[in-house]
Design a protein around this ligand. Structure first.
Ligand SMILES: Nc1ncnc2c1ncn2[C@@H]1O[C@H](COP(=O)(O)OP(=O)(O)OP(=O)(O)O)[C@@H](O)[C@H]1O
Length: 528
């Protein structure tokens, strides 16, 4: 669309008129009438968004609402089918992320983009568009030290990225964008790997920086508290269209939630019912060691029991061994020493053992760890059951009809948003992959459920759904091991809480109202 045609676009006119009335300056960046189709599906329908210089703007929407598609159109990952990106009043053709970077539009992703084996210094220098053929490392170091002196976020320059904590990596990603001189910074749920203190530090710093330098920040988040504490304005997407926009100070959380989900009711999270834990644990770990004790992420767990009908929450800052614990229980790794028992039997986490002992697992990053991306949603939903009939007996020929109707049932029951059961699972939004895997893992009788960050990246409606499913499983008598970096989630769901620090269980307490988050937080940070 040309600049003149854009002026005739109703959404554009409406925004320009509003800006004119409020006496606002020309926006730094405008997305005008962006539309993006995937086949017959419209992921983004005529969405406009204006970012003023110096503003901190939230982008809200349920899983699958089109937030990533919108920012990918702005960043040059996708070519929109209609609409324009206008920077400083000038229409821009952004063919790829490199063009976006050249124009000063940068993004911090949920996954890390740094090279793990390189140091922070090397990563920052090599990320520049204009990196010279022969790098003068001394001069680069001096320039970077000067740059970092002006920043309150601190990261160690000479440490390889794979030795940084998740929080330090996230800060490095943000510093990289500032170092590259981004004038528009898009952040995709940047606080999901940060402790509450780090999250406040990072968002507080970016807000101040935006005010001081005129940088515009677009924050994709599912956390209303971040919107109300840090953002000036908010845009809400629903099913690919702009469902609302406004000044945060004028909106309540209920207003924003209503824009996101419309009139739908949320799942009620059931109460934790009294359960009989049984005399012997469903899961027992004895003297389990895995990984080189000197490296981050190794574990040394003396004893860990989970009984039927309870949720044991493992709290900890990312990188303290939780990932390896889940890897052991999901069969991605074997322990170097010690014993894993399920219902008293040795457990090697093979598919056969999981089936026999009724163990299910929702690992982190389910698209990578629990799905085959190019296979259909229907096939992915059938991974646990494709070789069984309705009674659980082994079958030789696949029953495609049954797989499809079972997939349709699960898609409806867990409100998985997909164009069809035969769409590749990789085309689902992040939150919907999560729902699909949980739907699969909660089918049938489950004696032990291991869930790693089950609500990571989910919208608030989906969080309510998934919490309800976990509590319901517990109330049915399933033993649940919940590994999560979200302390509020651990406290809300767990009967017992254990804190992992540097691979060990360093603290145990009761969950729910009795849990003291300050004490737990202290143990998470290693000064309990
Ligand atoms: N490459 C693709 N091919 C087909 N459909 C896609 C593709 N990318 C996204 N979609 C669809 O477009 C819709 C919007 O997805 P998008 O990733 O933008 O949502 P989102 O709001 O970022 O969700 P989340 O909060 O879960 O990350 C989804 O229904 C998704 O299935």
């Amino acid at each position: 669309m040309s600049a003149i045609a854009a002026l005739h676009d109703p959404a554009r006119r409406e925004e320009s008129a509003a800006d004119h009335e409020s006496g606002k300056a020309r926006p730094l960046l405008e997305a005008v009438g962006l539309t993006k189709h995937f086949g017959n599906f419209t992921a983004l329908n005529n969405v406009s968004l204006a970012l003023q210089a110096g503003e901190f703007h939230a982008l809200l929407g349920e899983n699958g609402a089109g937030k990533s598609t919108l920012v990918k159109c702005i960043l040059g990952y996708y070519r929109p089918d209609a609409g324009d990106v206008v920077l400083d009043g000038r229409e821009q053709t952004i063919e790829n992320p490199r063009d976006a970077r050249r124009l000063g539009i940068g993004m911090v992703y949920q996954h890390f983009t740094l090279v793990p084996a390189m140091t922070v210094l090397e990563n920052l220098v090599m990320s520049r568009v204009d990196v010279p053929r022969v790098v003068d490392w001394k001069a680069e170091r001096r320039a970077l030290i000067r740059f970092l002196e002006t920043m309150p976020l601190k990261v160690p320059l000479d440490t390889p990225v794979d030795r940084l904590s998740a929080g330090e990596r996230q800060k490095t990603e943000i510093l990289k964008q500032l170092y590259l001189g981004s004038r528009v910074l898009v952040l995709d749920e940047p606080t999901s790997v940060l402790t509450p203190d780090e999250a406040r530090e990072v968002l507080g710093f970016l807000r101040k920086r935006a005010r001081e330098t005129g940088m515009a920040v677009l924050l994709i988040t599912h956390k209303f508290a971040e919107v109300t504490a840090f953002c000036d304005r908010v845009t809400v997407l629903r099913r690919g269209i702009k469902a609302g926009q406004g000044t945060v100070a004028d909106l309540s959380i209920a207003d924003m939630a209503a824009m996101m989900i419309g009139e739908r009711d949320l799942a009620e999270v059931p109460d934790r019912e009294a359960t009989t834990p049984g005399s012997s644990p469903v899961l027992r770990l004895e003297a389990v060691r895995s990984g080189d004790a000197a490296t981050r992420g190794s574990i040394a767990i003396e004893a860990l029991d989970v009984f039927a009908g309870e949720i044991v929450g493992i709290a900890g800052i990312s990188g303290n061994g939780q990932k390896r614990l889940v890897d052991l229980l999901s069969g991605q790794e074997a322990p170097d020493a010690g014993t894993l028992l399920v219902k008293g039997e040795p457990y090697d986490a093979s598919r056969a053992a999981a089936q026999k002992l009724k163990v299910r697992c929702l690992p982190e990053e389910p698209l990578r760890n629990a799905c085959v991306g190019r296979m259909s949603v229907s096939d992915n939903l059938a991974f646990r059951s494709f070789d069984r009939d309705a009674e659980g007996r082994r079958i030789r020929l696949l029953d495609r009809q049954r797989m499809r109707s079972e997939a349709e049932r699960l898609i409806a029951a867990y409100a998985v948003k997909t164009q069809s059961p035969s769409a590749p699972v990789a085309t689902l939004s992040g939150g919907n992959v999560q729902r699909a895997v949980l739907a699969r893992e909660l089918q049938g009788e489950t004696d032990l459920l291991v869930a790693a960050n089950p609500c990571f990246g989910l919208d608030f409606g989906a969080v309510a759904d998934i919490r309800a499913q976990l509590i319901a499983a517990r109330n049915r008598g399933t033993a649940v091991l919940l590994v999560s970096e979200d302390l509020d989630e651990i406290v809300a769901l767990s009967d017992r809480i254990m804190v992992m620090f540097e691979g060990r269980i360093v603290y145990e307490c009761a969950g729910g109202a009795e849990a003291d988050t300050t004490v737990i937080g202290g143990h998470m940070a290693g000064h309990g």
